[in-house]
Design a protein around this ligand. Structure first.
Ligand code: HEC
Ligand code: HEC
Length: 165
């Protein structure tokens, strides 16, 4: 019986990343591509086309009042309803700058984040240049200066959504 508590501790550690409120360890974008994309295509385009945020709540074109309950019964692992909802809220409420200015060369933002981005002391940084992204984008990607903070914030969110810490 002595081994049991230890095993429970290990189990708790394994489950910890799935607990509500804990940092998300899964790659939400890979999850979407695997489980949702066949029917809904790109998450960002789907969110902007179909979903809205009203009083901080995500609202669907069909599922207005019951979207949360609907998602619990709709292909989504229970643990992922909250983080996927947060991702869709962010997408539904931001301008698709990446699509218009970067996607032609970089594919999707998740791919760029996995390959090229890292947080260094809390600052979003390019892996190759070693430069802060907010600085790098002043001479790369053709954004207006006023668009750079939003783009940087989006890429930092996406880096979190692909499971980087
Ligand atoms: C086999 C096809 C299919 C897959 C896979 C699928 N969906 Fe859906 N989804 C639908 C259909 C069809 C509807 C509309 C159904 C309805 O309104 O009742 C829908 C509706 C939705 C809505 C609500 C849209 C609205 O306007 O109210 C959301 C949000 C959603 N899906 C998210 C997801 C997520 C997240 C995943 C992956 C975990 C996923 N779906 C996987 C077919 C699919
Ligand atoms: C004309 C093609 C092109 C466009 C448009 C473009 N990029 Fe790039 N980007 C590249 C190339 C080429 C590289 C260097 C090779 C690589 O890392 O893929 C690069 C590298 C990067 C890097 C990595 C920097 C590093 O230090 O590793 C980031 C971040 C980046 N781009 C962001 C963006 C963003 C955000 C946009 C849109 C606002 C954008 N890029 C638009 C071609 C492009």
């Amino acid at each position: 019986m002595k081994a049991l508590p230890k095993r429970l501790v290990v189990l708790a550690l394994l489950l910890a990343p799935c607990m509500p409120g804990a940092a998300v360890a899964v790659d939400l974008h890979a999850y979407w591509d695997d489980r949702c994309k066949a029917c809904h295509d790109d998450a960002g385009a789907f969110a902007r086309r179909t979903l809205r945020v009203e009083d901080g709540r995500l609202v669907g074109a069909h599922h207005r009042e019951d979207l949360g309950r609907f998602l619990h019964q709709h292909y989504l692992a229970d643990d992922l309803v909250a983080p996927v909802t947060a991702m869709l809220i962010a997408q539904a409420t931001t301008t698709p700058l990446f699509k218009s200015h970067c996607a032609a060369c970089h594919g999707d933002a998740a791919a760029l984040a996995r390959k090229s981005l890292v947080l260094k002391d809390g600052v979003l940084t390019g892996k190759v240049s070693g430069r802060p992204v907010s600085d790098f984008l002043r001479t790369h990607g053709g954004l207006a200066p006023g668009e750079i903070p939003a783009m940087t914030a989006t890429l930092q969110r996406v880096l979190g959504e692909v499971g980087a810490r």
